[in-house]
Design a protein around this ligand. Structure first.
Ligand SMILES: [Cu+2]
Length: 140
């Protein structure tokens, strides 16, 4: 009796397996590929990444920012003390950065390279030291 019940159970399992032919079952590699692609397609356009930059007498933090070619980002620049300028001549970006009022700049670099930025509002004796660079990395 017990042996017959086991045989019926095995037969039932066999039927379940046969109900899903191998031809219609995605291979593990296909599933892995489909997952990340579906995620990046649905998330990228909705929310560009925000990169926060702090200005203070007399430096920007961070001094070096890395962006991927074609990546849409928002640069959020905040001053911790006095009014500064944020000027990236080769990207046509130039804004005043006032204390207590972060400035948001949408950026989508179209060419790989290194773009220098600096403060262009005199903010004290160390003003000329306020500089940094944006490095746009080409796609791998
Ligand atoms: Cu300055």
């Amino acid at each position: 009796m017990l042996a017959r019940a086991i045989r019926i159970g095995i037969a039932a399992l066999g039927l379940v397996a046969c109900a899903h032919p191998a031809a219609n079952t995605p291979k593990p590699a296909e599933l892995q590929h489909a997952g990340p692609a579906a995620n990046s397609t649905s998330l990228e356009p909705a929310s560009p990444a925000t990169i926060r930059i702090t200005a203070r007498q007399w430096s920007f933090t961070p001094e070096e920012i890395h962006l991927a070619l074609g990546q849409s980002v928002i640069l959020e620049i905040a001053s911790l003390d006095v009014t500064h300028g944020f000027n990236v001549p080769d990207l046509d970006v130039r804004v005043d950065v006032k204390p207590g009022k972060p400035t948001h700049i949408p950026v989508q670099p179209r060419r790989a390279g290194t773009y220098a930025f600096h403060c262009d509002v005199f903010c004290g004796d160390g003003h000329e030291q306020m500089s940094g660079r944006i490095v746009v990395d080409a796609a791998p």
